[in-house]
Ligand binder design. Structure first.
Ligand code: FES
Length: 189
């Protein structure tokens, strides 16, 4: 739907931050996705009007970035890198397991409508291949068994933890976030 009254105010405030209205395009797309779970066509039309571009320009921007979804994408997004390093380290098997567990093909919604599964280009974690993201949080060195655990946890309504992504961390429940790690090593003052 178009922006709610509250989000319309937020959208106007976002636009006011930029010398050129069209520079607010990406933040407005984020706002539209935050509101509806994906960027709806009517939201794109409204954004186009607000920043003075054509709806086609908004669509071409939204469709360029994989983080913007143009159709309903469930509660969680699982992105599987199938680029070269990950492919050589078993990404295809990982993707296959996720497809089985979530009962969908890549670039589709799980049978219960909760999880969007997608193939991704290099996620810049080639040293931890194969790499998977859950809601943009990294899981590295993912084995088919780990992929199944991730999928089952999401379907149970649990949020698996990634962060460091090492298999041992995940198996032993010791995974820590980057912030926790920085805090414990005294980084960041
Ligand atoms: S190839 Fe998969 S993270 Fe780079």
């Amino acid at each position: 739907m178009p922006f709610s009254y509250e989000n319309l105010k937020r959208a106007e405030a976002l636009i006011a931050r930029y010398p050129h209205k069209r520079s607010a395009l990406l933040p407005l797309l984020h706002l539209a996705q935050e509101q509806d779970g994906y960027v709806r066509p009517d939201a794109m039309r409204q954004i186009a009007e607000m920043v003075g571009v054509t709806p086609a320009e908004v669509l071409s921007t939204a469709s360029f970035y994989t983080m913007f979804k143009l159709r309903p994408s469930g509660e969680h997004i699982v992105s599987v890198c199938t680029n070269i390093s990950c492919m050589l380290c078993g990404a295809e098997e990982v993707l296959e397991v996720l497809e089985e567990e979530l009962e969908t093909a890549a670039d589709g919604l799980s049978s219960d409508g909760k999880v969007w599964l997608e193939e991704a280009e290099c996620l810049a974690a080639c040293g931890g291949a194969p790499c998977v993201q859950v809601d943009y949080e990294y899981f590295e060195n993912v084995t088919p068994r780990k992929a199944a655990e991730i999928a089952r946890a999401l379907r149970r309504g649990e949020r698996p933890r990634g962060g460091l992504g090492l298999p041992a961390d995940f198996e032993e429940g010791r995974a820590t976030t980057g912030a926790e790690r920085s805090a414990s090593s005294g980084e960041g003052g």
